[in-house]
Write a protein that binds this ligand. Structure first.
Ligand code: NAP
Ligand code: SF4
Length: 677
């Protein structure tokens, strides 16, 4: 079969071993790594990705010792007793011809535990614990721990290890002046700052021999003040190569950096040029990373010689079969990671198991199982939003005969509104994925069809899934029927909006709508990379001389004056996702959106919106009011309790519960009900 993805599918020969293609599943903590009893689940999770065709997998971070724990009692490998559960993982991966590295991660001052250590005793802004400065003795002991952990990883069947040296973890803390303010041989010049990392690689190589992969994940762009320059990054890369690494992986930005590096508004492959710059100066294969989620982007990076391999982590949660689908020209079947972080990283930060918003089976492979049905039923799904599409396609995949009714002319529901928000263009992909699934699984789709219960029962369905979603909540206020009061749905569908706007309700949608209104009428294309870098203050020069690659941000003037309002007295946006909320808050702040809390809405008049704050009446002279005050469920198809019906009824997604309506629950609800039919 001819393929437009020849570079992705080309094996990589490392001399002593061969990786079957150029795709790497990057390290991502699922939460399953930390407890031995979860390893059967972890093995199923990695095994499925290996079966899906990926060439190389890197596990979530495992600490070389207690000081390196990210969380109390985190996954550690430093005794023979630690290796048994890992054998389940390596076996599950090797069975399908993929290779696997164990990542060794010492969190340094990022640890959420009291034993934290670092280069210098400087507290990080993202952990409450102040680190102790590592003594010479502790540094030498830690080097031995890394070597011993690598040796144990080899015994557990891993093909190699990855040393986590980026994202602001311990080795990155030593590498950069941002944290390393030591005066001894481990601090000061770049030669001294890199000594710890280089000695670790040397010690591991000596312990494990030549035929074992050592990958080093190096920060190619720190994005923090006092971070390294590109010249320093290259010097470190060359020294690591000399010390014996096999692969050089890319890390971008410290976790504490205030520049987004992976959220959905970051343009695809935004950082590949920095990796390409380093690649010019080393001979070991180099791996590109960050915001790469589809084959065209990966192929282009490889074809242009910017990297030898491409790493993705979240996209393999979204679709374990990404490589096989690419290899067999079924790219339109890929369930694309939309970089929302809602079910993966946001879960990790809440100490919950990571999974995926668009693929609720991720990390639940043994629990959410789609078995072919022995008794096909006639199933009606009413509502073509993501909940309905998820239910319909899973039920059909299992062998049921499914009809999906959608009242409007298109499927997608609330995702059709989300996809027009600047920076949320990836949401198009989810709609495309479900449309293809509807076709492939044989769901009968009836658009422009509003059905009632009598019609459904007349057609003789066995099971009826009500996924009729939500309607925006209207605002109850004096003057509330004025024509300049619009719902968020009307605005996102293109209603005319004035130049001075009050947005009522500061949930996810209030923030999204504010961003939508700040910019000129939105083009469906993602933001150009150069413009994005200017807006966030990222040095566009691949061989950047600025420290950490930071520059002064240049923000374009907003096209509207906006007030964002809420009744609560808490800071606006604190309920947004942990890993993406700060990006939205920063965007609105940069564009001078006025955020008011503790607001009572009094009346809408010709002059604007009257509100009360701190006991004072205030007139906001606005010409348009956009209501983003949550939603109400549409559930009139559901029979009342005790009512006799011919079919079994189920209700899912926003129709079931509008409060905290979210796509993660909607898609999972749909999949779970369909798995049980
Ligand atoms: P939401 O998060 O529930 O926010 C609704 C807002 O409306 C609240 O700020 C609430 O604040 C206000 N409100 C509620 N009832 C009101 C009333 N009767 N009158 C005036 N104000 C009222 O809902 P949403 O913004 O519509 O978002 C829905 C869901 O979509 C979210 O749960 C989220 O999961 C998802 N989403 C997330 C994102 C994101 O993370 N970026 C973006 C879009 C959507 P007060 O009560 O304090 O006024
Ligand atoms: Fe990607 Fe969102 Fe799934 Fe995470 S939850 S893997 S970001 S789609």
């Amino acid at each position: 079969m001819t393929t437009p993805y020849a570079n992705i599918l080309k094996p990589l020969h490392l001399g002593f071993t061969t990786i079957k293609n150029r795709m790497v599943m990057g390290s991502m903590h699922t939460g399953l790594e930390d407890r031995f009893y979860n390893y059967p689940k972890l093995a199923a999770y990695f095994g499925e990705r290996a079966k899906g065709g990926v060439g190389l997998i890197i596990t979530g971070g495992i600490s070389p010792n207690r000081q390196g724990w990210l969380l109390p009692a985190g996954g550690t490998m430093n005794t023979m007793g630690d290796i048994a559960p890992h054998r389940l993982v390596t076996h599950a991966v090797h069975k399908h011809g993929a290779k696997i590295l164990m990542q060794i991660l010492h969190s340094g001052r990022y640890g959420y535990q009291p034993f934290v250590v670092s280069a210098s005793p400087i507290k990080s802004p993202i952990s409450p614990f102040k680190p102790r400065q590592m003594s010479e003795k502790q540094i030498l002991a830690t080097i031995r721990d890394y070597a011993e952990t690598s040796h144990l990883a080899k015994l557990a069947g891993y093909d190699g290890v990855e040393i986590m040296g980026s994202e602001g973890y311990l080795l990155n803390q030593f590498l950069s002046r941002h944290v390393n303010q030591r005066q001894d041989r481990w601090g000061g010049s770049i030669d001294n700052r890199m000594r710890f990392a280089v000695e670790i690689v040397r010690a591991i190589r000596q312990k494990v021999g030549e035929k074992f992969i050592i990958c080093f994940r190096l920060s190619m762009l720190d994005l923090v003040h006092d971070g390294n320059t590109m010249q320093e990054v290259i010097a470190v890369a060359q020294a690591l190569e000399k010390a014996g690494i096999t692969l050089l992986n890319t890390g971008i930005g410290w976790h504490e950096a205030r520049i987004p590096t992976i959220v959905t508004s970051v343009p695809r492959a935004a950082f590949a040029d920095y990796t390409a710059e380093v690649k010019k100066h080393v001979t070991v294969p180099v791996i590109a990373s960050n915001r790469i989620n589809m084959p065209d982007t990966a192929e282009e990076i490889l074809a242009q010689g910017k990297a030898d391999m491409v790493q993705m982590a979240r996209p393999f949660l979204a679709d374990p079969y990404w490589v096989n689908k690419t290899a067999t020209n079924r790219v339109d079947e890929i369930n694309t990671c939309i970089a929302c972080n809602q079910a993966c990283l946001d879960h990790t930060f809440k100490n919950q198991r990571a999974t995926c918003l668009v693929n609720p089976r991720a990390a639940f492979e043994t629990e959410l199982v789609y078995v072919k049905t022995a008794k096909p039923k006639r199933v009606a799904v009413v509502g073509g939003g993501v909940a309905g599409m998820s239910a319909a396609t899973v039920a059909a995949e299992r062998g049921h005969q499914v009809t999906l009714f959608e009242a409007s002319h298109e499927v997608g529901g609330q995702f059709n509104l989300a996809k027009v928000i600047p920076g949320k263009e990836e949401f198009h992909e989810t709609i495309r994925y479900f449309k293809v699934q509807i076709e492939k699984t044989g769901v009968e789709l009836r658009l422009n069809t509003k059905v009632n219960r009598e019609q459904l029962e007349r057609e003789g369905f066995d099971e009826i899934i009500v996924a009729t979603g939500v309607v925006p909540r209207a605002l109850k206020i004096k003057g509330g029927d004025a024509p300049n009061i619009l719902s968020y749905a009307e605005v996102l569908r293109g209603a005319a909006v004035g130049h001075r706007v009050a947005v009522i309700g500061a949930g996810g949608i209030g923030f999204d709508v504010s961003e939508f209104l700040l910019k000129p009428p939105h083009q469906p294309q993602p933001q150009p990379l150069a413009e994005w870098k200017r807006e966030w203050g990222v040095d566009a020069e691949a061989h950047y001389m600025t420290e950490g690659g930071l520059q002064r941000a240049e923000v374009e003037a907003p096209v509207r004056e906006i007030y964002l309002l809420q009744r609560k007295t808490t800071p606006l946006g604190i309920g947004l996702g942990k890993t993406s909320g700060w990006v939205h808050r920063a965007q609105l702040k940069k564009h001078a959106v006025r955020m008011l809390r503790g607001v009572q809405y009094k009346a809408v008049t010709n002059e604007g919106l009257w509100v009360e704050t701190n006991g004072q009446d205030q007139l906001l002279r606005v010409d348009t009011i956009v209501v983003c005050a949550g939603q109400e469920s549409v559930k009139d198809l559901m029979p009342n309790e005790g009512q006799v019906t011919l079919a079994n009824y189920h209700i899912i997604g926003g129709a079931k519960l509008a409060a905290e309506l979210d796509a993660k629950r909607a898609i999972r609800d749909g999949a779970e009900i369909a798995a049980k039919l």
